[in-house]
Design a protein around this ligand. Structure first.
Ligand code: GDP
Length: 294
């Protein structure tokens, strides 16, 4: 995970590594290379510039030039700033309402269906009754995929193969959940290959009809700057409550993880770390920052 970024950051800080006496020029050079590393990891230039200016200010403010171990101090400052950029503290899933309704949104292939099942499994393990809802009326294979995953984890799926109105399916699913004592309903929706008006209208209508306590935007971390742009488009229409970054097990450059929070001002709540059902983790900005720098 983020191996490339880790290596580049390590390279950027080489100029002060092992030194006991450094100059302002060394600091400026290191900071410039940190900025380059971030931009190369697909972090938007403005964000990379802002964060590196803060790093420089902090380093000089904390008297890095006369610190006993300037390198260690710099690592700590960069780590803290990266954690801050990713939201600082972890953000919990807020399951309220009876049933609590979680709406999943995102492009096709982002990992929505897989994540819906992963989350259902995790919530089930906490002893709650979960219902998965298949609202993709365009791809029958998507319903089958959800059913297959649900079978693995022993969770019920609500679907209406004959109904082509996803809003009605979602509403009926909530009624079904109430009648069958389900505590949490996870609604998997249809995705398209790119953001389009029809998809946005549809998911907006579903949101209005079922009033979810959480709207999770699922995005493939491998898609870099596109991930951030897609997040922006979805957030403008849906005002989602959290982000799920999938495929962090792949060779991702890290830009999405680092920039999304700053661009859409919504927390990353979960990450997807494999195709398997247990490949789900709560996102901890501080742990992630530490991982990037170690
Ligand atoms: P959807 O179209 O958004 O519902 O996406 P899917 O859930 O069908 O996922 C698309 C592909 O990505 C599938 O092959 C999944 O197995 C894979 N996938 C989903 N999440 C992850 C993840 O965290 N890591 C990896 N490596 N693959 C994932």
């Amino acid at each position: 995970m983020f191996q490339n970024l880790s290596e580049r950051l390590e390279g950027a800080l080489k100029v002060i590594k092992g030194k006991h006496k450094i100059t302002e020029i060394n600091v400026a050079e290191a900071v410039k290379d940190v900025r380059k590393a971030l931009v190369e990891a697909d972090v938007n230039y403005k964000i990379a510039k802002e964060i590196t200016e803060r790093i420089k200010e902090k380093a000089l403010g904390q008297k890095i030039l006369i610190a006993v171990e300037p390198y260690q101090l710099m690592i700590k400052i960069v780590e803290d700033e990266l954690a801050q950029l990713m939201g600082g503290q972890k953000a919990d899933l807020m399951l309220t309402g009876s049933p609590a309704v979680v709406l999943m949104a995102g492009l096709q292939g982002s990992g929505k269906t897989t994540f819906s099942a992963k989350l259902a499994n995790q919530i089930k393990r906490q002893g709650r009754q979960v219902l998965l809802v298949a609202c993709d009326v365009y791809r029958p294979a998507a319903i089958e995929q959800l059913k297959t995953l649900a079978l693995q984890i022993g969770v019920d799926v609500y679907s209406e193969p004959e109904n082509n109105n996803p809003v009605a399916i979602a509403q009926n699913a909530i009624q079904y959940a109430k009648a069958n004592h389900k505590n949490v309903v996870i609604v998997d929706t249809a995705g398209r290959l790119a953001v389009d008006e029809e998809m946005m209208n549809e998911i907006e209508k579903i949101k209005k009809a079922i009033n979810p306590c959480e709207i999770l935007f699922v995005v493939d971390s491998m898609t870099g700057q596109d991930a951030v742009n897609t997040a922006k488009a979805f957030n403008e229409r849906l005002d989602f409550t959290g982000v799920v970054l999938t495929k962090l097990d792949g060779d991702t450059r890290g830009g999405a993880a680092l920039s999304i929070r700053a661009v859409v001002e919504k927390p990353i709540k979960f990450i997807g770390t494999s195709e398997k059902i247990d490949g789900i983790d709560v996102f901890h900005p501080d742990r992630m920052a530490r991982r990037i720098l170690n």
